[in-house]
Design a protein. Structure first.
Length: 164
């Protein structure tokens, strides 16, 4: 349950530093239990950075407290080969603020805006860590997948889908 009033709003380019900071402090803490150091040492520098085009897409959001602290981010884009589906993108909740309804608040915005845009299904490549969260949101596991982050750098993930 969210203990304080949060604002969930679309990001802009001005949010780059705040989203970078959120990713950089939270991904290492969140992923540590589910990935070996050999994976994290190569993957974290690549996945712990805000994506400028995503930040200005209009479908990437952040949750912030009344004091301006950024405590979660995430969004969606249309899948190029299946425009009726949304691809869930770069979701993170501050590792110190888990189980407070903050991630769900981001997804309420994602689902509402995507549905209003005609989306009827959702696809995501989840970290191993986030699978239980996505399952609680109605996603089902398709199976394990390797994401190529750069030549020679692969990141184990889990492909998931949700309809409706």
């Amino acid at each position: 349950m969210v203990q304080e009033e949060l604002t969930v709003r679309p990001t802009t380019a001005r949010d780059t530093a705040a989203v970078d900071a959120l990713l950089a402090r939270s991904y290492p803490a969140l992923l540590k239990a589910d990935y070996p150091p050999s994976v994290l040492v190569t993957a974290l520098p690549l996945i712990s950075r805000a994506q400028p085009r995503l930040l200005t897409s209009g479908t990437y959001y952040l949750a912030e407290t009344p004091h301006g602290d950024v405590v979660a981010a995430g969004g969606w884009t249309r899948r190029p080969r299946a425009p009726e589906e949304a691809e869930i993108r770069h979701v993170v909740t501050d590792h110190r603020r888990l189980r407070q309804g903050i991630g769900r608040a981001i997804f309420d915005r994602i689902f509402g805006d995507a549905r209003a845009a005609g989306v009827s299904g959702y696809h995501c490549l989840s970290t191993r860590t986030a699978v239980p969260f996505y399952e609680a949101l109605g996603f089902r596991t398709i199976g394990p997948i390797e994401i190529q982050l750069a030549p020679g750098i692969h990141f184990p993930a889990v492909e998931m889908r949700r309809t409706g």
